[in-house]
Write a protein that binds this ligand. Structure first.
Ligand SMILES: [Zn+2]
Length: 309
């Protein structure tokens, strides 16, 4: 399954490269050595790109079927579905002249969840049922087994409604990781160790900033509370995923320090202040999950503010 997906991606990239390389070649041969080409002429000669996209898509499907005969009988792979959607990015009403230099957009956030389910298998099934309308890029079992369910470059449906800083469509910019957990229990070491390895891979591969490793509960306070209070955010921060305060240097913040502004600066949506404070405390305080900031909580917030913002 994994190997065929990789092969398909290679095929897809190869075809895109072939497609983008062949068009200028034809244009050049017809134009001879003419140094200047009017933009309208370029548009005219590269206009059939929409048809080219269809041809490439069909070729990709053929290639996929050749690599994996099961594809013919089963539904399309996520990559093939994405290829269908890809066509919608070309607007028929505009002239088209293909640019030479591009690659794919990369994820810039990682969002961590707990599944609130009883097993890895149950979560995998949930993400394969049509009516659930949810998905995640990775699911990690209690024993540390990692199952990838979506290509990193595809948009998973894990974040839903919420806000973090100015970002509302978190699905478009993030990778979702689900941890098998019933919602009320600690996370076993094997599971966290696998998570740390995965986070390290993603951070390096996509240059994801340290502050952009967040929980679902950070993004959707009041609506979501995962990962639960047992999640080891401090350990993650020590490895460079997310942020943490220094308990040995907590000081009373100056009178000019506004904790609500600091929460907003961190990314929290303050539409409902109580929900935002609860989300902050679930992550950083843990012993008291009320919607009120104590002097200690304000000192923690001030330390984070000084260190990272
Ligand atoms: Zn979640």
């Amino acid at each position: 399954m994994k190997r065929s997906t990789v092969q398909l991606l290679f095929a897809l990239c190869g075809l895109v490269i072939m497609g983008s390389c062949s068009a200028p070649k034809n244009t050049a041969s017809k134009q001879g050595k003419a140094p200047l080409i009017a933009p309208s002429e370029i548009v005219e000669k590269t206009a059939p790109r929409l048809d080219t996209v269809v041809a490439i898509k069909e070729a990709v499907q053929e290639q996929a079927a050749a690599n994996n005969p099961a594809v013919i009988d089963n539904t399309l792979t996520p990559e093939q579905k994405a290829w269908e959607m890809f066509r919608e990015g070309l607007h028929k009403n505009y002239d088209f002249a293909a640019a030479m230099h591009y690659d794919v957009r990369k994820p810039q956030f990682v969002m961590i969840h707990h599944t609130s389910q009883s097993s890895l298998a149950q979560t995998v099934r949930t993400f394969q049922l049509a009516h659930t309308k949810v998905s995640s890029h990775y699911v990690i079992g209690r024993d540390g087994r990692v199952v990838q369910m979506l290509n990193d470059y595809l948009r998973g449906w894990h974040a839903g409604r919420g806000k973090w800083g100015a970002i509302t469509d978190m699905n478009s910019v993030s990778i979702g990781i689900e941890l098998d957990n019933n919602g009320r229990e600690p996370f076993p070491d094997a599971q966290i160790n696998s998570l740390l390895v995965l986070l390290d891979t993603l951070k390096t591969k996509y240059s994801i900033p340290q502050k952009n490793f967040i929980g679902h509960g950070d993004f959707a306070p009041g609506r979501k509370d995962d990962p639960n209070v047992f999640f080891p955010w401090q350990l993650l921060a020590e490895r460079g995923f997310g942020i943490w305060y220094n308990p040995n240097y907590l000081v009373q913040p100056p009178i000019t320090f506004n904790p609500i502004d600091a929460l907003k600066l961190m990314g929290y949506d303050l539409t409902n202040q109580e929900y935002a404070i609860k989300a902050f405390k679930r992550k950083y305080i843990k012993s008291d999950l009320s919607g009120i900031l104590t002097e200690h909580d304000k000192a923690v917030l001030y330390d984070l503010y000084r260190k990272y913002y």
